[in-house]
Design a protein around this ligand. Structure first.
Ligand SMILES: Nc1nc2c(ncn2[C@@H]2O[C@H](COP(=O)(O)OP(=O)(O)OP(=O)(O)O)[C@@H](O)[C@H]2O)c(=O)[nH]1
Ligand SMILES: [Mg+2]
Length: 189
């Protein structure tokens, strides 16, 4: 039996963002290997999913996807709940890129964005970043993303902000590709 220690993916993309936004869903939508998830039942999660989310990530999710140039991409999903932030410390410093998933339909969405961008900047980890805003209609006027763009630019002047649906593979692939092709910029605190 061939024993492989560690993963062999060339890039490592980490999905971060608030509780229940869709990090695990997004990873499952695109992974071409069975996803390993460390989840547990959660009563608090129940109100968050459209189909009744009943679990929350307490460790991390791992999946893989193949970039169009053939390179393997390792995908990690971290817990959205801050009490499990040891996983953020473990995974962010070695990431090649980060996709920050945010809610597009919550009053506190920008405050959540602020919190997460601070968390990324504090770990000085991010070379490449994309922000993916969920739960918005596909035909939304582009300028509705401007508040997210202004916020993001304060931390990473080159990071793109897009709309994406974590349930749609094409949408998640786009978010990953955009994150990996963002020019390098250290996060500004
Ligand atoms: N209506 C709607 N539901 C969505 C959308 N994106 C995700 N969901 C649902 O929201 C839930 C997200 O759950 P998870 O993928 O477990 O979220 P998570 O970010 O991994 O959560 P934690 O790991 O607990 O922080 C799922 O039930 C998805 O089906 C969206 O764009 N629209
Ligand atoms: Mg999760």
């Amino acid at each position: 039996m061939k024993i492989v220690l560690g993963h062999h993916a060339k890039h490592q993309v980490v999905f971060v963002g608030p509780f229940g936004v869709g990090k695990t869903t997004a990873l499952r939508a695109v992974s071409d290997i069975p996803v390993a998830s460390m989840e547990t039942a959660s009563e608090e999660a129940r109100g968050l999913g459209d189909q009744g989310k009943t679990t929350t990530t307490v460790g991390f999710d791992y999946g893989e996807w193949q970039f169009p140039d053939g390179a393997r991409v390792g995908l990690f999903g971290v817990p959205g709940q801050e009490r499990f932030n040891a996983m953020w410390d473990a995974l962010l410093p070695q990431s090649s890129a980060v996709v920050l998933w945010l809610y597009g339909n919550r009053d506190n969405a920008l405050a959540e964005g602020h919190f997460w961008l601070d968390a990324l900047a504090a770990r000085k980890a991010v070379a490449r970043l994309a922000v993916a805003v969920t739960r918005l209609p596909a035909d939304i006027p582009d300028q509705q993303l401007d508040p997210y763009r202004r916020l993001t630019a304060r931390y990473h002047p080159l990071a793109p902000v897009i709309t994406a649906d974590p349930r749609e593979a094409g949408s998640v692939m786009q978010a990953i590709m955009v994150a990996l092709s963002t020019p390098y910029s250290p996060m500004q605190v």
